[in-house]
Design a protein around this ligand. Sequence first.
Ligand SMILES: Nc1ncnc2c1ncn2[C@@H]1O[C@H](COP(=O)(O)OP(=O)(O)OP(=O)(O)O)[C@@H](O)[C@H]1O
Ligand SMILES: [Mg+2]
Length: 286
Amino acid sequence: MVTTEIPMDTRSKSSVTSTPKSAQISGSKAVGAVGKTLIDIDHVDFFYGENQALFDINMKIEEKKVTALIGPSGCGKSTLLRCLNRMNDLIDGTQIKQGTITVRGVDINSPEVDPIELRKRVGMVFQKSNPFPKSIYENITYGLRLQGENNKSKLDEVVEKSLRGAALWDEVKDRLDASGLGLSGGQQQRLCIARAIAVEPEVILMDEPCSALDPVSTSKVEELIHDLKAQFTIIIVTHNMQQAARVSDRTAFFYMGKLIEYDDTQIIFMKPNHDQTEAYVSGRFG
Ligand SMILES: Nc1ncnc2c1ncn2[C@@H]1O[C@H](COP(=O)(O)OP(=O)(O)OP(=O)(O)O)[C@@H](O)[C@H]1O
Ligand SMILES: [Mg+2]
């Protein structure tokens, strides 16, 4: 099978023959973005069997920014997030009936794109931390080992770099062989972030990553998100309005499967254009 590689960020050392400057489509009706577009969601209708969960979603996701997805329960935030790395493929009967999603100009649903390769580039951190029942060290190296990397010094290097990147190194450096399950909830979530960044994705999807954490762990993860955007493009789902306002550059408000408003976070929270957005961010409904 011929697989189409999604052109990678220039920081990547992999063989990239041509890297499109950007996936910006001029003249598109998609809700505008001012920075460089990394992901372009264009007129997407998504179905679970007969039930439509997303309606004509248009969004350009900017590179190396934090984009927050907000909206009441059941409005389709997780569904959209899972469309971005084809995690919905794992659910029977799901289908994008209309529209396209491109990453650096490549249609991620085209038959040539291998979903496993895509998920290496578009990693995910879940609501409930889910370390493997393995050591801290093996949690981090799991993905690389799957890719065939067995060089001990290389793996050691990635473990340290990823744990430092996830602001966890100092807390665990003396017990890398201990089980990941023995860490606190907040540490487990940072371990999962370290595991996600170990394979050097371009995008990290986070679905309510702090909902099970105490305020101290939450603020550590928020600081981490702020630091990570120097290197990664982050899309975060959150029910916490203060969190969305603190960590994100752009915010998208969804209601019943529709994108109601998408703009700079300051505008969404201070001066939204739609009454529904205003009502939601001010806590009057939802
Ligand atoms: N696996 C599934 N099978 C069928 N329908 C689903 C599935 N997952 C979600 N849905 C439906 O799709 C719609 C959107 O759900 P989704 O989980 O994306 O919402 P959400 O915004 O993430 O909500 P929450 O804030 O509660 O996590 C809902 O109507 C939901 O019932
Ligand atoms: Mg959800």
